[in-house]
Design a binder for this molecule. Structure first.
Ligand code: ZN
Ligand code: FE
Length: 254
């Protein structure tokens, strides 16, 4: 059994502290900032066995080196990014299985936001750490990859079991909601989430995690084949992937 603690860092980042109870092993996903993460680690477990990174951006690896120095942790990251993940010790390959204590994880390769972006998926725990690829009601900006790669990566995540919980890298849900509502205004599932999201944000509570099922019903980037969305864009005979590209571009200037 895995305990998961959400650590809000910097402006809107989420780092995740995970604890495999049966083996008493502690790991952190994407430590954005040393001070914030260190405090929580000391208070809760006073040890850190592993540091896992979804991608190389500073707001995800910023705490790596100092945490590693302090707790003698091992850093895990994708092999393609070994030259730009600070302190990396163990390189991971696409589809590789590894264990945190007694909990199995699989590496899902999801390029687009960056060329070496990965997600950490646990089938048994029914959860995925999606970094900056899939957000609640949104998806990451395409910095290094292509629109096609991002589209494929999102489809990989979309095809996970529908009760899989998504733990993403940022609290962008409210802004993402506004974008979804603009181009999918008659979506009843989306409308039903408005009050819930607003109350969470007001009380400073994360809107994370959300399930794959929920996202398939509400996240516009996972709904590019919906006729209503194609019509709203005035592109009703366009392919799903082109709709995705159009939406991603529109979101960049939203
Ligand atoms: Zn990023
Ligand atoms: Fe980020």
């Amino acid at each position: 059994m895995l305990n998961i603690e959400i650590i809000p860092c910097l402006n809107d980042n989420y780092s995740y502290l995970i604890h495999d109870e049966s083996a008493n092993i502690v790991a952190i996903i994407d430590p954005a900032d040393f001070d914030t993460c260190e405090k929580r680690i000391i208070k809760k477990y006073n040890k850190l066995d592993y540091i896992l990174n979804t991608h190389h951006h500073l707001d995800h690896v910023g705490g790596n080196q100092k945490l590693k120095d302090k707790f003698k942790s091992k850093v895990l990251g994708f092999e393609l990014d070994k030259h730009r993940i600070p302190g990396i010790d163990i390189t991971l390959k696409e589809k590789q299985n590894f264990k945190i204590g007694n909990t199995f994880f699989e590496v899902i390769y999801i390029p687009g936001h960056t060329k070496g972006h990965i997600a950490f998926y646990s089938k048994d725990e029914k959860l995925v750490f999606s970094g900056d690829t899939l957000f609640s009601l949104g998806c990451g900006k395409i910095f290094e990859g292509t629109h096609e790669q991002m589209f494929k990566s999102l489809n990989k995540l979309k095809s996970l079991p529908s009760d899989t919980k998504i733990y993403c890298g940022h609290e962008y849900t409210k802004k993402n909601l506004e974008f979804c509502l603009k181009y999918d205004p008659n979506n009843e599932f989306l409308k039903r989430k408005i009050n819930w999201i607003e109350s969470k944000i007001k009380s400073n509570t994360p809107t994370i995690p959300v399930s794959i099922d929920e996202e398939k019903k509400t996240n516009i980037f996972l709904r590019c084949n919906e006729p209503a969305i194609k019509i709203a864009l005035g592109l009703d005979s366009t392919s799903e992937q082109e709709i995705f590209s159009k939406l991603r571009d529109l979101k960049d200037s939203f």
